[in-house]
Unconditional design. Structure first.
Length: 312
């Protein structure tokens, strides 16, 4: 008898025994898989820059009770809009995904979801995300609307540039500015610099992730920084890690308050990136996936200390 964690309809690269495969009603599973609910790391990586933005805003200004709702709204928004982004990505990549061993089991190429159904699911998630966005400050609302252009472009980037990770970073780290604007009602230099730092961080972790697919990507002509950097990836990624830390140090400095606490969190973040570099093995897909997922912890360290710096 087949175990519940070895379902024939499960996505190959999803964590074994994830809650979608084991607990979700069968009728919901294809839609939840389409939103990557079985792999929450993407939601974390979208959410963490938002929490950085709240921390930076509290450091630059002062904590407010409204920040609690901003943090919750960002979490809900990240959950829904990451799902929408993944749905859009799978719609645009449905033919490519069918040619890659790691992705051909996803709902669209495997036939679990129809293309029409995927578009409907995309629209539903976007409407929920917009409703959440409307609860925030007007500046944040406009920031959220503006981000849709980046989300729409990203899936096509790997077709025309070796740097699709830059486009992912532009979209995934937009929340640091959105959350800051939700608190302050405006943008300052600190969140913009932190956005640039987040883009560098995304290049770092998503290049590690992309090393899982370099052989398949080469066969079908998909571009990525993993293919571009090749054997030089460890050295180049060390440079992006250093750039990320430097830019975050500048962003923290620009807030002008409780810098020691902020820099303590940045030191923990930097140490985690260093640990990833020491353990990086480009040709070991399982190691690359584990290191990629560990960036949740790196981002949480920084988010926690920025929040503490804003509160004390």
């Amino acid at each position: 008898m087949q175990s519940r964690t070895e379902r024939p309809d499960a996505v190959v690269d999803a964590p074994k025994g994830n809650w979608v495969d084991t607990l979700a009603p069968p009728a919901w599973r294809p839609w939840l898989r389409l939103s990557r609910a079985d792999r929450p790391i993407g939601t974390w990586l979208l959410l963490l820059p938002c929490w950085w933005g709240i921390g930076l805003a509290m450091m630059a200004d002062a904590p407010r009770w409204a920040d609690l709702w901003i943090a919750v709204a960002c979490a809900l928004g990240a959950l829904v809009m990451r799902g929408a982004g993944c749905t859009w990505n799978d719609i645009t990549d449905r033919d490519i995904d069918g040619q890659v061993a790691r992705t051909r089991s996803r709902p669209l190429p495997s036939g679990q979801v129809t293309l029409r159904g995927a578009y409907g699911w995309l629209a539903a998630q976007c409407l929920v995300g917009f409703a959440i966005l409307l609860t925030l400050d007007r500046a944040a609302i406009w920031m959220g609307v503006a981000s849709l252009a980046l989300v729409a472009i990203y899936p096509f980037a790997k077709r025309f540039t070796w740097w699709p990770q830059v486009f992912l970073g532009l979209a995934f780290n937009w929340g640091v500015m959105l959350a800051y604007a939700a608190h302050m009602g405006r943008l300052d230099a600190a969140p913009v610099v932190a956005w640039a730092a987040g883009i560098s961080w995304t290049i770092f972790y998503d290049t590690i992730y992309a090393h899982q697919d370099v052989e398949d990507d080469a066969l079908i002509g998909v571009k990525s920084t993993a293919r571009l950097f090749g054997k030089n990836s460890p050295r180049i990624l060390a440079g992006f890690a250093a750039l990320t830390v430097l830019l975050l140090a500048v962003a923290t400095f620009l807030t002008g308050r409780n810098l020691l606490m902020g820099y303590a969190g940045l030191a923990g973040f930097a140490a985690h990136l260093g640990w990833q570099l020491r353990n990086f093995q480009p040709e070991q897909g399982s190691v690359c996936l584990r290191l990629f997922r560990s960036n949740r912890d790196a981002g949480l360290i920084l988010a926690l200390f920025l929040a503490l710096a804003g509160l004390v």
